[in-house]
Write a protein that binds this ligand. Structure first.
Ligand SMILES: Nc1nc2c(ncn2[C@@H]2O[C@H](COP(=O)(O)OP(=O)(O)O)[C@@H](O)[C@H]2O)c(=O)[nH]1
Ligand SMILES: [Mg+2]
Ligand SMILES: [Zn+2]
Length: 284
C-alpha cells in the first residue's frame, strides 16, 4: 500500500497511510535513502507487525537543505510588519524555480495595512493572496489552493507563519517556540516533519527554508530566473551580457529599468545577488 514518509527521528522513520505507522527500510531501500516527503510502498511484516518499505516512488523534486522531497508549493509569507525583506522573497522565488516548486506570495496582516505596491511588482511573477491570520480574511482561498498538495511555508520571523497555519487548520506547528526550545541544547537542530492537516492537504514544516543558499546555479544564469527581463535581453549589444552595466546604450535590460518597464527594486536586488554569487564563485 502507498504511504508518505512524514518524519524521521533518531533513525526511526514514520509514514502516514490513514494513520502514522513506524516503517522499516530493508534490503535495497536503505535508511539513508529515505527523505521526508517521500511517497513509498509499504507492506506489513508478518512476523514483527511493523511495516516494511519496499519501494520509493519517483520524486518530483529533492532539496538539499532542508533535505526533503516532493514539495509542491512554497508559501512565501510577508507582512506590513516586520518590513518585508524583498531580497529574501526574490531568493525564495528563484529557489522554487530551480527545484520545480510553485511559489505563492502570501501577504499577511492585512488587518494592519494593505500594501498595494506588492501586486505591481510581483503580480505577473507569482500568485498573490492577501490574508489576515488574525481576523481570518482570505484564508478560505489559501486553503483551497492547498488541496492535494504538499505545501511548505517560508519567510522572515514574525510575519505570522505559525499563526497562519494555526488559523488555517486549527492546529499549532509553532515553529518559533519549538526551535527556541531546541536551540538551548547546543548542536541540535529541529527535525523536519510533514503534517497531514486535511484531506490530501500536507504541510511541510521546514525550519531551514529561509537559509537556502544560491550556489546551485552559475551567476551568469541568474538572469534566466527573472521572467520580466526576457523580452528586453534581445536588445543587449553583447550576447553574454549579464545586465549589470551602467550603460543603457549597450544593455536592453538596463534601458528597460531606466524607462520604468522593469521594477527598479527587483533589478537592484538582482545586481546585488549577482555580485554575491560571483564573489562566492571566486572563493573556490
Ligand atoms: N495584526 C496581526 N498580527 C498578526 C497576524 N498574524 C500574526 N500576527 C502576530 O504576529 C506575531 C508573529 O506571529 P508568528 O505566527 O509567531 O510569526 P512567525 O515567526 O512567522 O511564525 C504574533 O504576535 C502574532 O500574533 C495578523 O494577521 N494580523
Ligand atoms: Mg513561527
Ligand atoms: Zn544586458
Amino acid at each position: 500500500m502507498e504511504a508518505r514518509i512524514v518524519k524521521g527521528m533518531g533513525g526511526t522513520y514514520y509514514a502516514y497511510t490513514d494513520q502514522i505507522v513506524e516503517v522499516i527500510p530493508t534490503g535495497k531501500i536503505r535508511k539513508s535513502k529515505l527523505l521526508i516527503g517521500d511517497r513509498v510502498e509499504i507492506q506489513k511484516d508478518a512476523y514483527s507487525s511493523k511495516y516494511i518499505v519496499c519501494n520509493i516512488l519517483p520524486r518530483k523534486n529533492e532539496l538539499v537543505r532542508p533535505k526533503v522531497a516532493n514539495i509542491d508549493q512554497l508559501m512565501i509569507v510577508i507582512a506590513a510588519l516586520p518590513q518585508p525583506d524583498f531580497y529574501l522573497v526574490d531568493k525564495l522565488i528563484i529557489t522554487c524555480q530551480i527545484s520545480h516548486i510553485d511559489p505563492i506570495l502570501i501577504v499577511n496582516k492585512t488587518d494592519l495595512a494593505i500594501q498595494q505596491e506588492i501586486a505591481k511588482v510581483y503580480g505577473k511573477i507569482l500568485p498573490i493572496y492577501y490574508v489576515s491570520a488574525k481576523d481570518g480574511s482570505g484564508l478560505e482561498k489559501v486553503k483551497e489552493c492547498m488541496k492535494h498538495k504538499v505545501t511548505a511555508f517560508a519567510g522572515q520571523s514574525a510575519v505570522g507563519k505559525s499563526t497562519l497555519i494555526s488559523a488555517l487548520f486549527q492546529m499549532s506547528l509553532d515553529t518559533g517556540s519549538l526551535s527556541k526550545k531546541v536551540e538551548r541544547g547546543k548542536h541540535t537542530t529541529r527535525h523536519t516533519e510533514l503534517f497531514h492537516v486535511g484531506e490530501d492537504i500536507w504541510v511541510m514544516d521546514t525550519p531551514g527554508f529561509s537559509l537556502y543558499e544560491l550556489n546551485q546555479i552559475p551567476s551568469q544564469e541568474l538572469q534566466n530566473y527573472y521572467p520580466e527581463f526576457a523580452s528586453y535581453k534581445q536588445s543587449c549589444k553583447f550576447s553574454n551580457c549579464v545586465h549589470t552595466t551602467q550603460n543603457a546604450n549597450v544593455c536592453g535590460v538596463v534601458q528597460a529599468v531606466q524607462e520604468g518597464k522593469i521594477d527598479m527594486g527587483r533589478y537592484q536586488r538582482y545586481v546585488t545577488m549577482f555580485h554575491a554569487m560571483q564573489q562566492k564563485e571566486q572563493q573556490f
